[in-house]
Design a protein around this ligand. Structure first.
Ligand SMILES: N[C@@H](CCC(=O)N[C@@H](CS)C(=O)NCC(=O)O)C(=O)O
Length: 214
């Protein structure tokens, strides 16, 4: 399949766009990206992507939001190397871990955003909620080196992206929480390492723009 048939709506700073870029890199795909017209959430973008979220995939007029759905769709149409495991249990585990990171870990990290540059201490409930998710992930993670097992998979991509955000925001806020297990494994995956470095630079610039120290 010609990669030019596929395009993404994305922005450099979005954690989910980073997750998708990492997943695509594991699949050996590098897709052209365009910015959502008038920004995500705008009426113009919602006319194309009703959810108003990024990333979204456009494939010959077929529009699809939701990062995990995009990855599974690309797997199923044979675009790039398959990323989801073939074994039903491994596949289910990969989905469950990815959902945990999206629904639990990422929102706990996102709760730090308004605090960056605000010059106030991190409230105990926010710190405790985040620590709980990191500890849960420690319990969920297998023997590694990757969350999904011996090969890097979709949940790893989510973790690596969120961990970069945590590293940046947590550093600016002197949070001092443990690093989630497997957080840095993407730096040792040659196709992912440059994307991780680029995203770290984006996050560092964002922290500075918020008046935090990077
Ligand atoms: N569940 C979605 C979440 C995507 C998401 O929330 N993206 C953020 C940017 S990182 C966004 O578009 N936020 C705008 C909004 O929620 O309206 C996915 O997995 O793709």
């Amino acid at each position: 399949m010609a990669a030019t048939e596929l395009t993404l709506y994305a922005t450099p700073i979005s954690v989910y766009c980073c997750k998708l870029r990492l997943a695509l890199a594991l699949k050996g795909l590098y897709l052209p990206e365009i910015a959502p017209p008038d920004g995500y959430g705008s009426a113009a973008y919602r006319a194309i992507v009703p959810q108003g979220t990024i990333p979204a995939l456009v494939h010959d007029g077929f529009v699809l939001a939701e990062t995990d759905a995009i990855v599974e769709y690309l797997d199923e149409i044979g675009a790039g190397q398959p990323l989801m495991p073939q074994d039903p249990r491994e596949r289910a585990r990969s989905r469950a871990l990815s959902r945990f990171i999206d629904m639990r870990l990422e929102p706990s990290v996102r709760a730090l955003f308004p605090l960056v540059g605000a010059g106030k201490p991190v409230p105990d409930p926010i710190r405790a909620a985040l620590l709980r998710q990191i500890e849960t992930l420690e319990q969920l993670a297998g023997d590694g080196p990757y969350l999904a097992g011996g090969q890097p998979g979709l949940p790893d991509c989510g973790l690596w992206a969120v961990a970069i955000v945590l590293e940046a925001a947590g550093g600016a806020l002197a949070l001092g929480l443990p690093r989630p297990p497997g957080a840095g494994a993407g730096d040792r995956v040659p196709t992912c390492a440059p994307l991780m470095a680029e995203y770290r630079a984006q996050m560092a610039a964002w922290i500075i723009s918020k008046g935090g120290i990077s």
